[in-house]
Design a protein. Structure first.
Length: 254
């Protein structure tokens, strides 16, 4: 019997998602990964008995099909994002992250309706969404973000689809789902400038700690580590549930 419920991971072939997948497997956590191509999974993960791979276009899956893939999973980790290239930034789908979050929400509700109709107990599914410090908390909760930065980000969202996409995905969770939804609980993880490197000491804050114009750094391995902590440690989850923590390196990379 598995020591931990299965985690469904989206974006497992990306730079941060691949690290999250590897770290979950190293912790002995069973994982189901939905990917376009299994050939792009991290080296050494293929063939791991803890890994169940589903090759599919996520956004093409009907909610009831994704609900089937969610069976046995108590947590979804989404590391989906737009690739850093002209095509990745300006090409479709412009709302990749927002669509994925909406699809997960629909699939969770669909699956739980089926369970309830058959008399099975249901529990909220946990969604851990990788986002960015460019994304605002509701209600101007990020007090370090002044009018100049807010105006700059408004312009960025108007012309750069990924910036708009990340904010709308967060808005869906903070405004539409809310912190007390009976079906879906969430944490939105906001790293600063992403860098390579092994896991080192890092800090997690309730709100912004630096300016967009004087950014901090965050190792992708540390983002993965924090998301794995959220997925496997209930105390960590309960502390950050319904929040948008900012994660940065304890010491800047030289």
């Amino acid at each position: 019997m598995d020591a931990h419920p299965r985690v469904l991971i989206l974006g497992a072939t990306g730079r941060t998602g691949g690290r999250a997948l590897t770290q979950l497997l190293e912790r002995g956590v069973p994982v189901r990964a939905i990917v376009r191509s299994a050939d792009r999974l991290p080296a050494g993960s293929a063939g791991n008995p803890l890994l169940d791979v589903v090759e599919a276009d996520l956004l093409a899956l009907p909610p009831e099909v994704l609900a089937e893939h969610l069976k046995g999973c108590d947590t979804v980790i989404s590391c989906l994002g737009h690739t850093i290239s002209a095509r990745g930034i300006l090409g479709p789908p412009h709302d990749l992250v927002r669509q994925a979050v909406g699809l997960v929400r629909e699939a969770v509700e669909t699956g739980q309706r089926v369970q309830s109709a058959s008399g099975q107990p249901t529990a909220p599914v946990r969604l851990i969404l990788m986002s960015s410090v460019s994304v605002n908390q509701p209600g101007h909760a990020d007090v370090r973000r002044g009018r100049g930065e807010r105006t700059y980000m408004w312009g960025m969202r108007a012309v750069v689809p990924p910036a708009r996409d990340n904010q709308r995905a967060a808005d869906l969770l903070t405004h539409d789902v809310g912190p007390a939804d009976p079906h879906l609980q969430w944490v939105i993880v906001r790293p600063d400038t992403l860098t390579d490197g092994d896991v080192a000491e890092y800090r997690v804050h309730e709100a912004l700690v630096s300016s967009l114009f004087k950014p901090d750094s965050t190792r992708m391995s540390e983002v993965a580590h924090f998301m794995c902590e959220l997925a496997t440690d209930d105390a960590t989850w309960q502390h950050w549930r319904g929040k948008m923590p900012v994660i940065v390196d304890a010491e800047p990379i030289a």
